[in-house]
Each structure stands twice: as structure tokens, then as C-alpha cells.
Ligand binder design. Sequence first.
Ligand SMILES: [Zn+2]
Ligand SMILES: [Zn+2]
Length: 303
Amino acid sequence: MNALLKIFRHALNDEDNRLLMASSPVIFLHIACIGLFFTGFSWVAVVTLLLTFSFRVFALTAGFHRYFSHRSFKTSRAFQFVLAWVGTSSAQLGPMWWAANHRHHHQYSDQDEDVHSPVAQSAFWSHIGWVLCRAHRSIKYERIRDLCKFPELHFIDRFHVLPVLSLMCALYITGATLNFFFPGLGTSGIQLLMWGFFLSTVLVYHVTFCVNSVTHIVGTKRFATEDESRNNFWVALLTFGEGWHNNHHRYPLSARQGMYWWELDITYSLLRLLERMGLVWDLKVFPKSIYDEAASQPLGNQV
Ligand SMILES: [Zn+2]
Ligand SMILES: [Zn+2]
């Protein structure tokens, strides 16, 4: 409760923040989920939820995080655009904004400068508070010089609402079309919008946010990093592999975050599949020296 009061006190100190919070899409999306109670259930809606959740989590973990933030593999300009577009449809702003803040997080992990540290600030702040704060809305271009040369990324970051609206329109049209031709499916445009966009986006928010909050609080610490990053199986499961956060903080350049086969990393498995299809290449992994270091740590190769 204290954490909640602290974030609101901090946010309400600034007039811009007051306006931002009142109009924040993050808050609006949570409230809009009430619509689920009025639009009914169908199996088409459940499948749509699973698909929109999975594709966007993958675009965030493989695209925004492992590719744009850490350059841990290479891809074509066309597939880079696809990752940027699908990731941005998660309503977490664009890849340049995301990568700049994330690189900042790695440089100042759990220090006062860290924008979302549960150690330096609070669990609530690290999970969602910082997202609502206007102070963190600008793009720190000096941190993403390598991305600045792509005009299409500037376009997506500037018009980040376009991928979001495109997804919303596609869902509505699909639902309305199915309702027209196959009324027995029990779906509709507004139902698919509710399940495939509003509920799905809120779930994507919280699993993504758990990497910033939970994996800096709960879990095991294989490496003696200077931050409080942790390995957490449950977050790894929900985020397709991002929960191996202590491994990741020890060696952020790796496209793989689970170090062993039993450290489930769905994103890495999918990246290997895309590699076979020729869509990505030059995946970086943990070097032998990191495995040797892991073996010499108290927690060794245990989860
Ligand atoms: Zn971290
Ligand atoms: Zn990272």
C-alpha cells in the first residue's frame, strides 16, 4: 500500500504526469477489459487470445529485447521491420524507445539511475509505475546510434499507434466476417477485439513487466552480478525465456538466456527454427568461459 501511495505521490507532483496518467493507454486498457463480461465467450476468442499473446511476446523477447536492445543475432531489414511492427502492436511504444531504456537499465542495473529498479525504487514502480511517468517518455537517441540509421524504425517509433490500430482493425474485421459467414462459432468483431487486443495486451504488459520487477526480486542468483537479477522459472515460462535474468545480466550478448536444456527458453528455440528457415543468422550464445564460471559458482548449473 505504501508503494502504491509513493508512486501516486510522485506522479501527482507534476502537472504533465497528472494529464498523462489520466489519459494513459495502459490504464485505459485495464479498464476496457471490463468489456469481456459483455462480449461473451467462444473458442475462436480463446485461440485468438493465444495467438496475439504468443506472437507479440515473441516479437518483444526476440525482437525488442534480444535483437534491437542487444544485437544478439542478425536478420534482414525486412524481418527487422516485421519484428518492430509486431512488437509495437503490443502498445509498449516503439523499438527505439524500448531499446534505449533497456540499454540504460543494463548500464545502471539496480542503481539510483536505473529507470525501473525494485531495489533502488519499489516493486510497484519497477513493474508499472515508471511506465506511467512522463519523465521516461522521450527517446534517448545517444544510446541507440546503431538503430538511428533506419528511417522505417523512426517512422514506427513516431507513429507507434499505427501497428496497434492495425491489429485492432484486423481483429474486428475477422470477428465480424466470421460472425457473418459462420454464426454458429459464436464470435463477433467486438468479442475478438476484447480477447485478442484488450485482454491479450494487458497480459503481455504484465508478463513483460515481471521481467523488470519479479526477476530483480524473486529467484536464484547463479552469478555474483552487481545487480539483484535472478533466475526465475515461472517468469521464464510466461515470457518465453526471459526469466533467466541473472544469466542474461551476466552475459547480455547471448541470444540464448537459459544456459542448459532444462532452462526452458522458447524464444531461443523459435530463433533456431527461424535460423533454419533462413530468416535470422549469426546467433550469439554463452561462450565456454561463462559455462566454466557458472560451474564454479555456489549454485553451479542448478536452476
Ligand atoms: Zn534486469
Ligand atoms: Zn537485456
